[in-house]
Design a protein around this ligand. Structure first.
Ligand code: ZN
Length: 204
């Protein structure tokens, strides 16, 4: 017999839908929320509702925003001539935390994956082409992950841009040996990639 009352069991079941949360963690979280005396359940419920109601996609770059346009697109000090293409909003956050990029973004919300039935029309690729046609962009940096889907999406972007006759430089983020990494511990794919994307000494 289930030792937990139904409302608690329902909360555990809902928490289990979250990525990386199994039965044990869901139970621990549910019991913590229940035992908390600082209105956590109320503020959590309010935040969950607010995030659904107030967060939408920026109509230009498809990043998450609670304004008509996201804070990056709105920022006049960003370089609008460069667009960095990423898979998900969390990639924008990761790149922003590196403080090394001052251009704009384009969030695809997925990658082309024929095996999973995801084609170019299912992600924000047509919107990228429209954007490139309608704004003066000099470079597109494709920062999708170095996976089969990430590489495939990069090649598809190159083809779409070429087919549309858009004059823009397309580059790919480098992949290879991470800072602090050691050659002897790298896998073959990483080593091959590091060699393929090597840089000349004068570029360093
Ligand atoms: Zn935006």
């Amino acid at each position: 017999m289930d030792p937990y009352p139904k409302p608690l069991r329902d909360l555990i079941s809902q928490l289990k839908h979250l990525p990386g949360i199994g039965e044990k963690t869901a139970t621990r979280l549910a019991l913590f929320i229940l035992a908390d005396r600082n209105n956590l359940s109320e503020t959590l419920a309010f935040s969950l509702k607010t995030v659904r109601e107030n967060i939408s996609l920026c109509p230009q770059c498809f990043n998450l925003t609670d304004k008509p346009r996201c804070s990056i697109c709105q920022n006049p000090s960003r370089d609008a001539s460069i667009i960095c293409v990423v898979e998900e909003p969390s990639d924008v956050l990761a790149l922003e935390s590196a403080h090394a990029y001052r251009g704009l973004y384009h969030v695809l919300h997925g990658l082309i994956s024929p095996l999973n039935g995801i084609g170019p029309e299912d992600i924000k690729l047509p919107e990228l082409i429209d954007r490139l046609k309608n704004s003066p962009v000099s470079e597109v940096i494709v920062a999708t992950n170095p996976s089969v889907e990430g590489e495939g999406t990069f090649h598809y972007i190159m083809k779409m841009v070429q087919d549309a006759g858009i004059d823009v430089r397309i580059s790919r983020i480098a992949s290879g040996i991470p800072m602090g990494g050691e050659l002897k511990y790298m896998d073959q794919v990483t080593l091959a990639s590091a060699l393929r994307y090597r840089r000349g000494a004068k570029d360093l």
